[in-house]
Design a protein around this ligand. Structure first.
Ligand SMILES: Nc1ncnc2c1ncn2[C@@H]1O[C@H](COP(=O)(O)OP(=O)(O)OP(=O)(O)O)[C@@H](O)[C@H]1O
Ligand SMILES: [Mg+2]
Length: 256
């Protein structure tokens, strides 16, 4: 089948897909502003597969929300595919999200009344594709995630792992430049989680999908090629998934 992602040259070539520089995030609260990110900088190149790890409350979802253009930074700059999007307004961010970013959530977030096919095809409605094309593309994606034969099943008729496969297919519908997943295996049993993880690996290795996932699970992070650890809103490690890096929960490792 055709690639689920848009391509812009070989892995690592050209400008980074993501380039965050000194990103600060403050949340307003009654006690004053709470700084959830203290100047985070990192880049992700096309074809990378990386995990973000860190204790609860360390800022992982905050960072993912900024990366995914669901929220904006208080300070710092964010370049996406070489374009400075720091000052994009909500409308421009919404367009970028729909065109360029695929999201996978812990709880799948499928629409219960729609078939697997219709769930996968939904982002294509917003991007203006005709019905026949949407359905063909949805079936192609369902085949890619191993769900041929389940096109007409509703989420409740599918297992957790199958629902997450539908969610991944939906995330790939618009051939995103970037696939983001916040705890994609968090709601699944170990075996099913491993299957979903293997699917991410093969999408990365075979289709060149650039993927960033958040996980608490060292076993999940070990399957990625790069680990970014964050603690109290700061990056404390950025490098390969070594045993030491994976076991580092609660410890402070120097950035590589
Ligand atoms: N909307 C908000 N308003 C105020 N504070 C917030 C808000 N969202 C998050 N925070 C705070 O920012 C910090 C980082 O939260 P975040 O959700 O990014 O953590 P996390 O690393 O994703 O944690 P978990 O592993 O539990 O999902 C926490 O101290 C949290 O209480
Ligand atoms: Mg979180």
């Amino acid at each position: 089948m055709s690639s689920p992602v848009s391509s812009a040259g070989a892995e690592g070539a050209g400008v980074p897909v993501l380039d965050l520089s000194d990103v600060v995030k403050d949340y307003a609260s009654e006690a004053g502003a709470f700084r959830a990110l203290h100047g985070v900088s990192f880049r992700v190149r096309q074809g990378e597969f990386l995990s973000i790890m860190g204790p609860s409350g360390s800022g992982k979802s905050t960072l993912m929300n900024i990366i995914g253009c669901l929220d904006t930074a208080t300070e710092g700059t964010y370049r996406f595919d070489g374009t400075d999007i720091t000052a994009f307004d909500e409308k421009a961010l919404a367009k970028l999200r729909n065109d360029a970013i695929g999201f996978v959530f812990q709880q799948f977030n499928l629409l219960p009344r729609l078939s697997a096919r219709a769930n996968v095809a939904l982002p294509l409605v917003y991007s203006g594709h005709a019905l026949k094309e949407r359905n063909a593309r949805a079936d192609e994606l369902l085949a890619l995630v191993g769900l041929t034969g389940k096109e007409m099943s509703r989420p409740a008729q599918l297992s957790g792992g199958q629902q997450q496969r539908v969610a991944v297919a939906r995330a790939l519908a618009n051939r995103p430049r970037l696939l983001l997943a916040d705890e994609p295996t968090g709601a699944l049993d170990t075996k099913t989680g491993a299957e979903i993880l293997a699917m991410f690996r093969s999408l990365n290795a075979e289709q060149g999908v650039t993927a960033v996932l958040v996980t608490h699970d060292p076993g999940v992070a070990a399957a990625t090629n790069r680990v970014v650890r964050i603690q109290d809103g700061r990056i404390t490690y950025d490098g390969p998934p070594t045993k030491q890096a994976l076991a580092g929960a609660g410890h402070d490792y120097q950035a590589a």
